[in-house]
Write a protein that binds this ligand. Structure first.
Ligand code: ADP
Length: 463
C-alpha cells in the first residue's frame, strides 16, 4: 500500500531544475548527471570563470559575483537569489565551497529549494569532530583512542589524559578541516605549547577554540568508505578506497579497492558506517575516513558531501554516485540493496594540478594545447580545453585521470599509458611527478602509508 506521508514528502522534494553552486571539473560532472536524469541545469560563475565550458552547455548561466570566492562561490545570498531568479528547485553544492556548510543547507531548504546533500543537523554534527566521534562510538564505529570530549582547561587533567593515551598524541581542533588545526606532540614537555598554538589557530581559522586529543598513529594508511543513504531508512556502502598518497594532507592519487584489505576485515566496518548513518538519519552521499594501522581501523572524520575521488568507486561498483545522490535528494528510494552492490576490478585516480612539479607553486595561465587519453577503462573528468585560462583564484585541480582494469597491476599499467598520452601545454602541471610515481616499485607493491609520498619526494630531491 502506498505510504501517504512519504508520498507527500516525495511530491514536495521533486524538482526539475538544478543550480550547480560550484565550478571546474565538478560543475561539469554534476551537469552531466543532471542531463542524464532529464533535469535542466543552471550554471553559475564568478567573473574569472565567465568563459567556462559548462556555462555554454547549461540551460541557464549566470555570473553571480567577483573572482574572489567570498563574493561568488561562497556568497549564499547571491546563490539563493540566482536560484530564485531562474526557478531552480534544487542546489547541488559539489565539494569544497558551501558543500559542508550547515547554515547553507538550512537556508536552501528554508527557501523551499532542495539541498542536494544532508540536512543541516547531520552536517553540523559531523563538522564538529568531537560530536562526530561521539556519534561514531555510539554506533559501534572504531575510533582513534582518546576521549570523545573537548580538552579541559586545567593543566593537570590535560597532562593526565595525554599520559593515559600514551605519547605521541595529536591535538586537533574540533572544527578543523583541510589538514589544518592539528599538532603532534611527542613528549609531555611540548604539550602545553602545542595546545596554546593549536587553540589560537583554531580560534582564528575555525571560529571555535574547542580542541581534543587522540593517539597519534605513526604509520597509518588512509582508507575510506563511501556510503549512500535515502530518506526511507535505506543505506548502503559501496566498498573502500585508499587515499594514502598525500602531500601536506592533500590527496594526490586514490585507488579502489584499498590493496591488501580483505572483505572479512572491512565488512564489519562498512556495516557499522551504514548503521551510523541510520542512527543519525543521514541523507545523501558521505564518506567515512579511517586511519588503518596494524590490522585495525580508526575513524577520523566523516565528509558529508561528494568527494573528489568518488570516480574510483564509480568505476569499481558500476554505480553512478552523482546520479544516485540527486535521486535520493528528490526523495526517491535507493535503486540498490546492499547485497546487490558488487565491486569488481581495480581503479586509480590521479589528480592533475596546475602547479610546478618541483616547487608546487600554482601555475596560472593559458593552456595552449592539450591531448587527453582515451580508450577502454579510461575516464577524464575535466573542464579544461585548448585556450582555457587557468585562474589563480581557485584550487589548482584541473583534471582527474581515472582508469579501471581487472587487477591492480593492470590498472597501474593502464595509468602509466594514460599518463604518457596526456599532454597539457602552456602551464606547468604535476604530470611528470605522477608519471614517475607510477614507476615506483614500493607503490606498485602497495607498501604505502600516509607519509610515503612525502618521503618519496624528499628522496627524489636527494635529501
Ligand atoms: P581534516 O579535516 O583537516 O582533513 P582529518 O582529521 O581528516 O583532518 O586528518 C587529516 C590527516 O591528518 C589524516 O589524513 C592523517 O594524515 C592526519 N591525522 C589525523 N589524525 C591523525 C592521528 N590520530 N594519527 C595520525 N595522523 C592523523
Amino acid at each position: 500500500m502506498a505510504d501517504p506521508v512519504n508520498e507527500v514528502y516525495l511530491a514536495d522534494r521533486r524538482f526539475d531544475r538544478v543550480l550547480i553552486a560550484n565550478r571546474g571539473e565538478i560543475a561539469e560532472r554534476i551537469q552531466r548527471a543532471c542531463r542524464e536524469l532529464g533535469l535542466k541545469t543552471v550554471a553559475i560563475c564568478s567573473e574569472a570563470d565567465r568563459q567556462a565550458s559548462y556555462g555554454k552547455t547549461a540551460d541557464s548561466f549566470l555570473c553571480i559575483g567577483p573572482s574572489n570566492a567570498a563574493g561568488s562561490y561562497l556568497n549564499q545570498d547571491a546563490i539563493l537569489l540566482a536560484a530564485h531568479l531562474i526557478g531552480a528547485g534544487a542546489i547541488h553544492p559539489g565539494y569544497g565551497f558551501l558543500s559542508e556548510n550547515a547554515a547553507f543547507s538550512e537556508a536552501v531548504e528554508k527557501a523551499g529549494i532542495a539541498f542536494i546533500g544532508p540536512e543541516a543537523p547531520s552536517i553540523a554534527t559531523m563538522g564538529d569532530k568531537i560530536a562526530a566521534k561521539r556519534a561514531m562510538i555510539l554506533a559501534g564505529v572504531p575510533c582513534v583512542p582518546g576521549p570523545d570530549t573537548a580538552l579541559p582547561d586545567d593543566t593537570a587533567s590535560v597532562e593526565r589524559i595525554a599520559r593515559e593515551i600514551g605519547y605521541p598524541v595529536i591535538i586537533k581542533a574540533a572544527g578543523g578541516g583541510g589538514g589544518r588545526g592539528m599538532r603532534v606532540v611527542h613528549e609531555a614537555e611540548q604539550l602545553h605549547q602545542a595546545i596554546a598554538l593549536t587553540r589560537e589557530e583554531a580560534r582564528q581559522a575555525f571560529g571555535s577554540a574547542a580542541l581534543y586529543v587522540e593517539k597519534f598513529l605513526q604509520h597509518p594508511r588512509h582508507i575510506e568508505i563511501q556510503v549512500l543513504c535515502d530518506i526511507h531508512d535505506n543505506a548502503v556502502w559501496l566498498g573502500h578506497r585508499d587515499c594514502s598518497m598525500q602531500r601536506r594532507h592533500q590527496k594526490v592519487v586514490e585507488e579502489a579497492p584499498a590493496p591488501g584489505i580483505s572483505a572479512d576485515m572491512i565488512g564489519p566496518v562498512g556495516l557499522a558506517c551504514v548503521e551510523a548513518c541510520r542512527q543519525i538519519g543521514y541523507r545523501g552521499v558521505g564518506t567515512f575516513e579511517f586511519l588503518y594501522e596494524n590490522g585495525a581501523f580508526y575513524f577520523i572524520e566523516m565528509n558529508t558531501r561528494l568527494q573528489v575521488e568518488h570516480p574510483v568507486t564509480e568505476m569499481t561498483s558500476g554505480i553512478d554516485i552523482v546520479r544516485a545522490q540527486i535521486m535520493v535528494a528528490q526523495g526517491l528510494p535507493l535503486e540498490m540493496r546492499q547485497d546487490e552492490v558488487e565491486c569488481a576490478g581495480h581503479s586509480f585516480e590521479c589528480r592533475i594540478n596546475a602547479e610546478d612539479p618541483e616547487s608546487f607553486l600554482p601555475s596560472a595561465g593559458m593552456i595552449s594545447d592539450l591531448a587527453l587519453p582515451e580508450g577502454q577503462g579510461i575516464r577524464v573528468d575535466t573542464h579544461i580545453h585548448a585556450g582555457y585560462r587557468v585562474s589563480p583564484y581557485y584550487d589548482s585541480l584541473i583534471a582527474k585521470l581515472i582508469v579501471h582494469a581487472p587487477t591492480r597491476a593492470d590498472a597501474m599499467a593502464k595509468m602509466r599509458e594514460a599518463l604518457s598520452a596526456t599532454r597539457i601545454e602552456g602551464i606547468s602541471t604535476n604530470l611528470p611527478l605522477l608519471r614517475a610515481l607510477f614507476e615506483d616499485e614500493g607503490f606498485a607493491r602497495g607498501e604505502t602509508d600516509i607519509h610515503y609520498l612525502e618521503q618519496w619526494l624528499r628522496q627524489r630531491r636527494g635529501q
